[in-house]
Design a protein around this ligand. Structure first.
Ligand code: NAP
Length: 484
């Protein structure tokens, strides 16, 4: 007879899909229980762990990336295994996982971007922040993308922290970038950049801007770019003024102080100009002779109060803004996972505190959980995922004693290991990653950089060897090895 689930003889076997902060924080809470034995196998479609910490956090924000030390400690536990370069839904199916695990948690983030929904959005030189950020961070799927930085005037649509990252990287000097772990291909292109002006466009007013204070403050400290806000864009409308007067939120007041300081500055003649515009929305991208973007039509907005929120409403005042390159940075969106419900309008998997639910009935889907952006939408900072992952893990632990766990035919870890290896012989384990990590860091040492990233993956020359080996050529990874 099988002993109770969660004991040393019969541990709770959990698969976590996605190795970003949400995946690691969920694993952490599961693995630190003293009264229940849990084993976590974490899968990532990429060979490297850490999701957005590696491929989303800007390269000039190294301190934020230090959180990987916490993840390293979690990964050292004997009850944790990493299966990198294994795509769930491709190399291994949800049905396969259901035969090997009691619970499956998706922490797959929000992999695509929202659209502006305006004419001309798909013209040449109209790009997404998502692809630009992934490219300069060395994401292997984006390394061959090309960005034409012969453009002199660039518009960034949106005033969230991703838009701030894009604008800041475009304004950094080559020397500043060369101190970071920005991908080498991006460093080459950005060092030759002809960009002279970057214009960020917020559809609502300064008070409603989505960026956070430390991030926006940094825009006023750039070595190579002056900052500018047109006075008419800085002026608060009556609704915002009333909100500011009645708020007890010091962060909001501080935001306005920072922006007012920017608005009062006179340009010092730095190489670049970064302009922040508010209460404007793009309505059309206009084609030039070469078929690419030449200008953007924008409309001035006013704010109206609707449903307790201040929303933008177009006025009749329009303007044509000459721009050669556009990045839209209007938020991310999650992607559906085959076999699971999906909320198309929100871009998330429907759930109740992390338990995946059937949209029609609200009933939990047996054994399925979500954590992070695919659960709550693309909001919050890395630390937000700690609370979120703890909540999901709490629901998973609570369900352990009930019939809502799956009943896997093969809960034995070695059976799963063999299956993965059969489907994906190049699977990368945590020790493989740690070796790559060391190599990247040692490649960075000579240039005083945190690391020089490997940015592409190539199939192994030979998969016959059972020995764990990672040979590295200039910008190429080659894997052959065992997991576990
Ligand atoms: P975000 O914070 O939601 O910002 C999205 C921006 O796009 C907002 O300014 C939004 O304006 C605007 N927008 C949406 N639809 C638009 C449209 N149709 N036309 C014009 N503007 C539109 O999203 P994000 O910047 O992608 O960031 C995602 C999350 O990651 C955020 O929580 C962010 O703080 C976090 N993050 C943090 C850091 C950091 O801590 N350093 C760095 C990067 C990202 P409205 O406000 O009017 O909707």
């Amino acid at each position: 007879m099988t002993s109770e689930l969660g004991t040393a003889d019969h541990p709770l076997r959990v698969a976590i899909i996605g190795s970003g902060p949400a995946g690691f924080y969920t694993a952490d809470h599961l693995l630190k229980q003293s009264d229940i034995h849990v084993q976590v196998d974490m899968f990532d479609r990429l060979p490297t762990p850490f999701g957005l910490v590696r491929f989303g956090v800007a390269p000039d924000h190294q301190k934020i990336k230090n959180v990987t030390r916490v993840f390293d400690r979690i990964a050292q536990k004997e009850t944790f295994r990493f299966f990198g370069d294994v795509e769930v839904g491709n190399d291994i199916s949800l049905t396969d996982l259901s035969e090997h695990f009691h619970q499956i948690c998706f922490a797959t983030g929000a992999e695509t971007d929202r659209r502006m929904g305006i004419p001309g959005e798909d013209l040449a030189r109209s790009r997404t922040a998502t692809e630009f950020v992934a490219w300069f961070n060395g994401h292997p799927d984006y390394r061959d993308y090309e960005f034409d930085l012969s453009a002199e005037r660039v518009a960034v649509v949106g005033v969230g922290n991703v838009a701030v990252d894009v604008a800041r990287i475009l304004c950094r000097t080559p020397d500043e970038l060369a101190e970071t772990d920005i991908a080498d291909h991006a460093l080459d292109v950005l060092s030759q950049s002809k960009v002279r002006e970057v214009v960020m466009l917020g559809r609502r007013g300064p008070l409603q801007a989505a960026f956070t204070n430390p991030e926006v403050r940094e825009l006023g400290e750039l070595v190579g770019a002056d900052i500018h806000i047109p006075p008419e864009d800085m002026r608060l409308d009556s609704l915002s003024e009333a909100e500011l007067e009645n708020t007890d939120d010091d962060t909001l007041r501080k935001k306005i102080t920072i922006l007012e300081d920017f608005a009062q500055r006179s340009p010092e003649g730095k190489e670049r100009l970064l302009t922040l515009r508010f209460l404007v929305s793009p309505t059309e991208l206009i084609t030039g002779d070469d078929g690419g973007v030449r200008a953007m039509r924008i409309v001035r907005n006013e704010l109206t109060s609707a449903g307790g929120k201040l929303r933008p409403r177009a006025t009749e005042h329009t303007e044509e803004l000459p721009v050669d390159l556009v990045f839209r940075s209007v938020g991310y969106r999650g992607l559906p996972m085959e076999g699971l419900p999906f909320n198309e309008s929100w871009g998330v998997i429907p759930n109740e505190i992390g338990r995946v639910t059937e949209p029609e009935t609200g009933q939990p889907v047996r054994g399925m959980y979500v954590s992070g952006w695919i659960k709550r939408g693309p909001t919050g900072v890395i630390g937000t995922n700690k609370k979120d992952g703890t909540e999901t893990a709490g629901a998973m632990l609570e369900d352990t004693g009930s019939s809502s766990v799956l009943d896997p035919a093969h809960p034995d870890p070695s059976t799963l290991d063999a299956l993965v290896r059969e489907r994906q012989p190049h699977v990368v384990n945590y020790a493989d990653w740690s070796r790559l990590d060391e190599l990247e860091q040692s490649r960075g040492e000579a240039g005083g950089r945190p690391r020089v990233k490997f940015t592409s993956r190539v199939a192994p020359v030979s998969t016959s060897s059972r020995s764990r080996s990672t040979s590295v050529t200039n910008t190429t990874w080659r894997y052959s090895g065992r997991c576990g």
